[in-house]
Design a protein around this ligand. Structure first.
Ligand code: SIN
Ligand code: CO
Length: 394
């Protein structure tokens, strides 16, 4: 049986898979293929925040929170959306409800540490950490998700039932997509530290057996419909709005109502020319798109911004660390002899050494990052990332 130490040295570039498998085996055999239950994946797990702290976060303007209620007798489901307030929490029933808050890692550093245990999947595929709290009976109903998810039990016990085969009819009269006729093929009780991985489109139903908290690491898998419409919108925004269809070679037609094949051919080829995907443009667009922050989640600029790079380096004494803001998203793409660094929807041309150091490390010794600085672009980028609050000095 491999130990964690062996696994780290086998795979120096990413954290080990939580449990006994290696990340490589997990990717080959389970990722996007089949569910996996890992007992004791996180032996020393603690919830990244308490139930009270979660309720506090749910009342924050910038968070995405909801409470799902189930009224068993009537088979009735009901949801209220955040931001929540104290009144929403004052008369909650004893059982059968769940509070869920998404994007918790953008607000709580301990949650960021937990989600970073999954960096054997590339950052651009990782979406967020959702934390749920439920008393006995709490559940969001049997449902499917379009994304992969790791469900980590951090407190109490939850019974998980799953089935890869299911009738997709949903209960009517609720905005929640709850399967009307779910039956379980497999059934487990998860204890603190246990983890269940589910690929997309597996029916699942998790019911709290007692006061419990569950952390869900969710992934991004952009839909092609969404990508095409986003990319087309970017292209359209760059086109000259005054460039229009022209037909100085127009000839008389027999039927005035007919759209001629000639006109259709011209329009089709003009659209195709404009939709041609040049590699440089595509790479920049995709990186900017993938690093865009969630609505309402932004880093805070420092109290005092700096005007020059030497001013910045002067403040970086040997004991200082440079840390990514939890609200920021850092990605990069290697180019021939440079890199494109993407931060929160913006792109920067930098050296490869700088892009790698600043994006791969959530926190890095300031001196180490300075040593990776190669070009004036790196210097400007570092200064700008500090001044916009994407990088913090601590
Ligand atoms: C939960 O945490 O209660 C629900 C998570 C899920 O089913 O995706
Ligand atoms: Co789910």
């Amino acid at each position: 049986m491999p130990t964690n130490r062996q696994k780290i040295s086998d795979s120096p570039c990413h954290p080990p898979f939580p449990g006994e498998l290696t990340a490589e085996t997990f990717l080959q055999e389970y990722w996007q293929k089949k569910p996996l239950l890992v007992r004791n994946a996180f032996p020393d797990i603690r919830s990244p925040l308490t139930a009270d702290e979660l309720a506090g976060l749910a009342c924050d303007e910038d968070t995405n929170a909801r409470i799902v209620f189930e009224q068993h007798e009537q088979g009735h489901w009901h949801v209220i959306h955040g931001p929540l307030n104290e009144d929403d929490f004052s008369d909650l029933p004893d059982k059968n409800w769940t509070l869920l808050v998404t994007d918790v890692e953008k607000h709580v550093p301990e949650a960021r540490q937990l989600i970073d245990r999954f960096r054997f999947i590339p950052d651009w595929r990782i979406d967020d950490l959702m934390v749920s709290y439920a008393p006995e009976g709490g559940s969001v109903g049997p449902h499917t998700d379009a994304y992969d998810v790791f469900l980590i039990q951090t407190q109490g016990q939850r019974r998980w039932m799953i089935n890869s085969e299911f009738d997709d009819a949903c209960i009517e009269g609720t905005e929640l997509r709850i399967l009307e006729r779910f039956t379980a093929a497999e059934d487990w009780i998860l204890e603190p530290g246990d983890m269940l991985y589910l690929p997309p489109n597996i029916a699942h139903h998790g019911v709290a057996l007692n006061e419990c908290m569950t952390c869900s690491v969710g992934f991004r898998a952009p839909s092609y419909a969404g990508l095409v419409s986003e990319f087309a919108e970017t292209i359209a925004a760059d086109l000259d709005a005054e460039s229009r269809y022209q037909d100085p070679d127009l000839v008389c037609q027999v039927s005035p109502a007919e759209i001629s094949r000639r006109a259709l051919g011209t329009i089709k080829s003009r659209i195709a020319e404009r939709l041609t995907i040049e590699d440089d443009r595509f790479v920049r667009w995709f990186g900017e798109y993938s690093s865009e922050p969630r609505a309402g989640i932004h880093p805070f600029p420092p109290e005092r911004t700096l005007s020059t790079y030497p001013e910045l380096t002067a403040s970086l004494t040997a004991d200082k660390f440079i840390t990514q803001s939890p609200a920021s998203r850092f990605l990069f793409v290697d180019q021939d002899d440079s890199a494109l660094l993407f931060v929160d929807g913006r792109s920067y041309v930098t050296s490869q050494a700088f892009a790698r150091s600043v994006a791969d490390n959530r926190s890095i010794r300031a001196q180490q990052l300075i040593e990776a600085v190669r070009t004036d672009h790196d210097r400007h980028t570092l200064l700008e990332l500090y001044n916009t609050g994407c990088l913090l000095i601590a």
